[in-house]
Design a protein around this ligand. Structure first.
Ligand SMILES: NC(=O)c1ccc[n+]([C@@H]2O[C@H](COP(=O)([O-])OP(=O)(O)OC[C@H]3O[C@@H](n4cnc5c(N)ncnc54)[C@H](O)[C@@H]3O)[C@@H](O)[C@H]2O)c1
Length: 459
């Protein structure tokens, strides 16, 4: 099949790469020349500056210019295309609604060109972007407005988790396709032929609106589950003495009806999707005159979690941040990615700066260059207080306290390093419960404050 993928970020690049593995002829289109040059170089450091996903670079290197092409001009490639996947950003607006300007800019451009094409073979425009319910219908009106001949629309939401995007694209839990005609379902079945009738992959065909709703329901349910553990599990461990969080988790999730995924307590879930999608669904409910109380609470709990350890540190451990040097480990929203969108670290930095912190000594295994973009001193002079290091050890050296914000494996068992580098008294704020042997640390004079446990003062 000849496939065009419009937008080559996390979703588009992964989708284009994996489709090229299955022998489709894939044209990945973007307006960002720097990205395209990086992808065309097939160099790891260049590609990972934009999208850092395990396994992605080798697929690009193998299929580049054979099955996978990168381009900034659609005109020469539209002829003969079977499908155009729309993988465009849909960020949140201040009122929570989805900003569809990038999406419709691309759609208008594509429809104008499709209207002029010579070949009138059936082409399907397929939404992979997460878009409000009813957007596929608006896409259909665009096709009519531009008089595009022989084209259909479909919704095929993407569920890939960052950090595991390639594996999950190769073996998704499900493929959801919403379309209106058998002809369009058939085209998409041919694209996903390796998933149709697969024993372990559910291939679900439905209406475009249902497909759009599945995406929002799934994402908000996942955040609800995470927030349940934060809003109830963590609170239990903090409110009552002698509750072992790991045992609580094991005991509860032993019930096969209860998921182990998400059954952890943390300083909130970030990433490009959860916060944005729940805000969008709350907005969509509000606009249709329905209440969204449950979702509003879930969103509020998740936001609260991101910085509440700093409040607890002040209240329970008497911590003062003014002029202090705070080591901040983990800037990405989670391990194995350089993505910082909606990361808890963004709020931690904002709160520390507002409390007059002297220096933030930051380290992340993958997200330092991304962090420099977010914390650009040209936008806010206070960001000059952030100093970046290339190891946890260097970030810890000379710090007065530590905040762990992301769950990179290398932070597990950090206690030895802490003991070697920083003498007590010293406060450790652990947003990810990465230090299981905290007892030894408190015995040696360190204070330990974790999500889901009461403050452990130095013994
Ligand atoms: N990131 C995820 O984990 C994830 C998972 C599932 C779904 N989604 C959804 O997928 C969509 C894309 O997300 P993403 O994380 O890949 O975004 P992204 O910001 O990483 O990438 C978007 C790309 O689109 C390009 N672009 C912008 N305007 C364009 C235009 N007019 N024409 C062509 N290209 C244009 C940008 O240059 C960028 O390369 C969003 O709706 C998101 O909610 C994301």
């Amino acid at each position: 099949m000849k496939i065009i993928v419009a937008g080559t970020g996390f979703v588009g690049l992964t989708h284009a790469a994996v489709c090229s593995e299955y022998g489709h002829e894939v044209y990945a289109y973007d307006i960002d020349e720097q990205r395209l040059a990086a992808y065309r170089s097939a160099q790891r450091d260049q590609i990972e500056r934009h999208v850092n996903e395990p396994g992605l670079v080798s697929i690009i290197a193998e299929h580049l210019d054979r099955y996978l092409f990168f381009c900034n001009d659609l005109t020469p490639i539209l002829e003969g295309a079977d499908a155009i996947f729309l993988c465009l950003p849909t960020p949140p607006k201040p009122d929570g609604s989805s900003d569809l300007s990038y999406y419709f800019d691309a759609v208008d451009h594509i429809c104008a060109l499709l209207a002029k094409r010579q070949d009138t073979r059936r082409v399907v425009l397929i939404n992979k972007s997460t878009v409000p319910i009813g957007t596929a219908r608006k896409l259909e009106s665009k096709l009519r407005e531009f008089n595009v001949p022989n084209a259909g629309v479909a919704s095929n939401p993407e569920f890939l988790p960052e950090g595991d995007a390639v594996e999950k694209s190769r073996r998704p839990d499900r493929v959801v396709v919403g379309a209106d005609t058998e002809e369009d379902f058939r085209i998409i079945r041919r694209i996903y032929s390796q998933f149709v009738n697969h024993v372990r992959i559910r291939y679900i065909e439905t209406t475009p609106e249902t497909a759009e709703a599945i995406k929002y329901t799934a994402n908000t349910l996942l955040l609800t589950y995470i927030s349940f553990w934060n809003g109830v599990g963590a609170r239990l461990g903090e409110a009552f003495a002698n509750i072992r969080m790991e045992d609580l988790k094991r005991g509860v999730t032993a019930d096969t009806r209860i998921s182990t995924w998400g059954s952890y307590v943390s300083n909130g879930a970030g990433g490009s999707c959860f916060g944005k999608d729940i805000q969008s669904l709350i907005y969509q409910f509000r606009m249709s005159g329905h209440s969204a109380e449950l979702l509003q609470s879930v969103y509020a709990i998740n936001e609260y979690q991101k910085t509440y350890l700093l409040d607890r540190a002040a209240r329970e451990a008497g911590a003062r941040f003014n002029n202090k040097k705070v080591a901040l480990l983990g800037l990405a929203f989670k391990q194995r990615t350089n993505d910082m969108r909606d990361a808890s670290s963004l709020k931690v930095v904002e709160t520390l700066l507002a409390r007059g912190v002297g220096e933030i000594r930051a380290y992340d295994p993958a997200a330092i260059s991304e962090a420099k973009r977010y914390f650009n001193p040209e936008h806010n002079y206070l960001f000059e207080k952030i100093v970046y290091f290339s190891s946890a050890k260097e970030a810890l050296a000379g710090s007065d306290m530590l905040f762990i914000s992301a769950d990179w494996e290398e932070f597990r068992g950090l206690s030895r390093t802490i003991e070697q580098i920083v003498p007590p008294p010293y406060l450790i704020m652990d947003g990810r419960r990465m230090i299981p042997d905290y007892n030894e640390l408190t015995e040696r004079g360190y204070g330990y404050l974790a999500v889901g446990s009461p403050y452990m003062p130095p013994k």
